[in-house]
Design a protein around this ligand. Structure first.
Ligand code: SAH
Length: 219
């Protein structure tokens, strides 16, 4: 009964995060930080059914690259990236009782411009204003820095009402990035590897596709 109730609560919070702006989400959780724990307990429960978790693929990738790279983990959740790599990691999320996590709306972080080598969004492009998170990543990334985005497959599958993945990549290219590779072999998520251009220039009117919410089913 208890698990059922908290499952329902998780789905309500999840839907809220996907259908409001980052600022509204920040205000909401700031007033009731305990809801964040409910959200994350439910999130971990959902993830435990995935054959592979994107955060683990990203951790492996970081371990196989330069450990002197500085990383920004946008929407870090339980900060698994920071806990599992040697790199300096700025972990960012809406709420945290962990002092190493920067609690803010990730559209506006306190990070310095051109200060990080890798920006990560692992299932975290949730708000209706998600392009502003990517603009913020662009601001804090150094030239040639990496942008890694893992998103739920159904959000980027036009056959199930999701966005066209090519339009999504195209919008990010217009922000000043090149798509290096796309890992589509996982059942539940797609992982994009972009690099910021050496001399990147943001296009004027970027056409961002809409990303539909990822609503989890009752189990
Ligand atoms: N990246 C983690 C957690 C994914 S859940 C992992 O892969 O395990 C998505 C996370 O993004 C949640 O913790 C949520 O609070 C965070 N998030 C969503 N919108 C945000 C925003 N505007 N600012 C900061 N964090 C945000």
């Amino acid at each position: 009964m208890r698990a059922r109730l908290s499952g329902g609560h998780f789905r309500m919070l999840n839907e809220k995060l996907y259908t409001c702006s980052g600022q509204d989400a920040f205000d909401y959780f700031k007033n009731e930080p305990e809801l964040f724990d409910v959200y994350h307990a439910g999130y971990q429960e959902q993830m435990s059914h995935w054959p592979e978790q994107p955060v683990n693929v990203i951790i492996k990738w970081l371990k196989s690259h330069n450990k002197s790279w500085t990383v920004a983990d946008f929407g870090c959740g339980n900060a698994a990236v920071a806990k599992n790599v040697k790199n300096k990691v700025f972990s960012i999320d809406l709420v945290s009782d962990d002092p190493s996590v920067i609690a803010c709306d990730m559209a506006h972080t306190p990070l310095e411009p051109s200060s990080v080598d890798v920006a990560i969004f692992c299932l975290s492009l949730m708000g209706t204003n998600f392009p502003s998170y990517l603009q913020e990543a662009n601001r804090v990334l150094k030239p040639s820095g990496w942008l890694l985005i893992a998103e739920v497959r159904s959000r980027l599958d036009p056959n199930t009402g999701g966005a066209d993945p090519d339009k999504f990549s195209e919008a990010i290219s217009q922000l000043g990035f090149s798509l290096v590779s796309k890992d589509e072999k996982n059942k539940m998520f797609v992982l994009f590897y972009f690099r910021k251009k050496e001399k990147s220039k943001v296009a004027k009117n970027i056409e961002w596709p809409q990303l539909k919410p990822c609503l989890y089913k009752r189990r």
